[in-house]
Structures are given as C-alpha cells and as structure tokens.
Ligand binder design. Structure first.
Ligand SMILES: [Zn+2]
Length: 261
C-alpha cells in the first residue's frame, strides 16, 4: 500500500472512530420503530393524500403570508411550533387554529436532541405544551417533531410517556427551503418526488422564507391539478394501520415519572 493510500485509510478510520459513533449515538433505527407507528415518516396508502408541514414558527412576516396563501387555496396544513416564538406571537397561533390548521410541538428552545437529557426533553416538551393547550378537542393526537428530525432512543421513550406521536417527514420530501435554493426548485423537488401519504417539510421561520411562500403558490394549484388532497398530519394518520391505537398512548400527567422542577 502506498503511503498516500495508508494515510487516507487511517484518516477515514479516525473519522469513523471520533465522529461517526458520536454523531449517530442512540439515534433510533427507522426500520425498528416505524412498524410500530411510534415515529412517522409518511403514511403510504392508496388515497391520493399528502400533508404539508411547516417548522420553526410562528413568524410575524412569513407565517402570516403562508396563512394567506393556504386560505386562498382552501387548504389546511400542520405547523410545528417553537414555544419561545409562540410566547412572542400568540395571535398567529390563534389564527392558525381559527383557520382550521393543525399545530404540533417543536420544543421550547429548539435544542439539539443528540445530546439532550431525558429531563430536558420533558421540560422542553411541557413548556410548549402548556402554551399550545393541545386539549382543544377531545380526539386530538399530540404531535411532536424534534429539532432537525433527530430521534434518539432516550428521547423517544420520554415522548411516548408524554403521550406524543413523533412526526418526521418523507426523506424525499425535504426540499431544504431554508437554504433558499429558489422557489421553482423547491416546488419541482416536491412535485417530482410525490407519493401518496407523503409528509412534506417546509419552514415558515428561521430567516427569509419568501421563496417558501412563492413555492407554495406554485405547489398548491399543481397538487390539486394532479388530483391530490392536501390534509393535516392527523388526517393522514387515519390511513395508518395502527391508527386506532394512537389515541391510547397518552399517559396522564400525574402518572408520568418525570416532572419539571
Ligand atoms: Zn426546527
């Protein structure tokens, strides 16, 4: 082996040793958890339905614009909200609910779930839950999306105890709108990869989201033209083979072993 090849091989091994295991430590294996419905990436079915989700809001500029577009097209979406932003802009959340959209918990501070303690997961979740008051109707399934889509085995245990259904997104439906690749490109990514039961990931906050708003104006009429019904995540979950069990997961607060200090 030449010296250069040896160097490359040893650098690669060092990278695996020092970075690989840490980055993925404790992250759940999709093929182990998906079959139980504990974590949802998509809900494949024969029905031509897809769900559009927005993360990191509310935002006073872009969420409002997105709500205007959704209203014009008569479409309902699911918003995964950051608690500290909900505190700042509660009127936008009220509008989301009033206009028939669905809301989910996206933590209070948006911390990384790679290194978070179980206790911190409870604090982050309950602080936002308290703000969202998810008990606004009886058959509500509590939805949670972890920051960056990271679900560790530890955090999943806590979230299940807290009665949450963890909602990620279809791997082929992340157009990375937050990198501002252009509205046409965002729209093309979503439309060309589309499958029944997809969960589409977009963002209504975290920077200039005007490309997301513009992309939405292209996507919504096109989806209708293609015969797709745009539904909330809860509606999409009804097509899941274990849907009936989803309502039984909630543990009453007083039974939960971890409490906010
Ligand atoms: Zn996020």
């Amino acid at each position: 082996m030449s010296t250069i090849v040896k160097m490359i091989v040893s650098m690669f091994l060092c990278h695996i040793l020092f970075f690989g295991p840490k980055v993925n430590a404790g992250v759940v294996n999709r093929f182990e958890v998906e079959k139980y419905g504990d974590v949802i990436w998509e809900v494949p079915s024969k029905k031509k339905q897809v769900a559009i989700t927005f993360d990191d809001g509310p935002d006073p500029v872009y969420t409002t614009q997105i709500l205007d577009v959704l209203k014009k097209e008569g479409v309902h979406a699911t918003f995964f909200l950051i608690g500290k932003r909900v505190e700042k802009y509660p009127e936008i959340v009220k509008r989301e609910l009033k206009e028939g959209h669905e809301i989910g918990n996206h933590t209070y501070n948006h911390p990384s779930f790679h290194t978070i303690s179980r206790h911190k997961v409870v604090v982050e979740t309950r602080k936002t839950e308290h703000l969202l008051d998810p008990a606004h109707h009886s058959d509500y399934i509590k939805l949670f999306r972890p920051p960056g889509g990271t679900v560790t085995e530890n955090s999943l245990k806590v979230l299940k105890k807290e009665g949450y259904k963890v909602i990620l997104w279809s791997w082929h439906q992340d157009p990375r709108d937050w990198t501002n690749p252009g509205s046409e490109r965002i729209a093309r990514h979503i439309l060309t990869n589309l499958k029944n039961g997809d969960i589409i990931l977009l963002h209504d906050s975290g920077g200039n989201r005007s490309q997301t708003v513009a992309a939405l104006k292209i996507i919504l009429p096109k989806l209708k033209e293609m015969g797709y019904e745009i539904v909330t995540v809860d509606e999409l979950l009804k097509m899941h083979p274990r849907y009936n069990e989803f309502h039984e997961t909630e543990v009453k607060k007083e039974e939960a072993p971890l409490l906010i200090e």
